[in-house]
Design a protein around this ligand. Sequence first.
Ligand code: DAK
Length: 259
Amino acid sequence: MEYKNIIVKFEERVAVITMNREKALNALNDETIAELQSFFRHHWLDDSFGCVIITGAGKAFVAGADISELAQCDIKKALKKSMLGIYLTKTIENFPKPVIAAVNGFALGGGCELAMACDIRLASEKAKFGQPEVNLGLIPGYGGTQRLARLVGRGKAKQLIFTGEMVDANEAKRIGLADEVYPAEELMTKAMEMAKLINSKAPIAVATAKECINRGLDVNLSAGLEFEKMGFGTIYGTEDAMEGMKAFLEKRGAEFKGK
Ligand code: DAK
């Protein structure tokens, strides 16, 4: 698929996706959602890279769902549209490689929801997060009511969603919405460093850990521990696990092959 609204570059086994509708502050229109969906589906089995970074061109990460499209919806279309957004966020959440959001600026509404579907959120000092849908007479439609409450707790999620107020990067970190905050000019370097560090680990172990954490958060502790037990056992069937332990005992660096 040829992309019009995102730029995809592969650098040192990292796929960097730049949201690129700068004139509309990278707002998520249907076409952009389809392009992102296509990227993740197309590369589901692609082992030529180990990590994805999503960032935005200009002063926004993503300033929300495209309000000019939202304004055209009736109930039927709103439900279908919401399903497409939910489908995309679940696709990212379940993608078998880590996805890092490098939040460079506004991450509002659907943009905050996109960032929350990623595994790790790194923020520039210029980033601003929020769920301002109530200002439009709406509620979040791409998972915001669910993922925000899981990340920051129900009280803080309700405060942010009921008031529609934005928080800056440091406050986002304080409440658990952003994981790290960096000066704007360092954001992409830091994101690349993290992606490359993850890439140096055993990819099947990283993917299995991601799956265990995600599945476990949907169920009670006992069921989550069962996922972990099964994941732990499965990993023993990989060459990388044997190599990792052997390398330690032989006092050398491990050479992981993703097998
Ligand atoms: N959609 C469309 N265009 C947008 C946009 C958006 N979300 N955000 C900004 N733009 C456009 C502006 O209209 C403006 O276009 P021009 O006038 O130049 O043509 C251009 O981007 C630059 O924006 P500003 O001139 O406003 O820039 P400022 O720096 O002054 O302000 C801002 C930046 C981020 C504070 C401001 O642009 C703003 O408040 N933007 C809207 C933020 C927002 O409310 N975002 C949440 C959208 S609601 C659902 C599915 C999903 C959702 C809900 C329901 N269902 C299917 C049911 C999700 C909803 C949302 O995400």
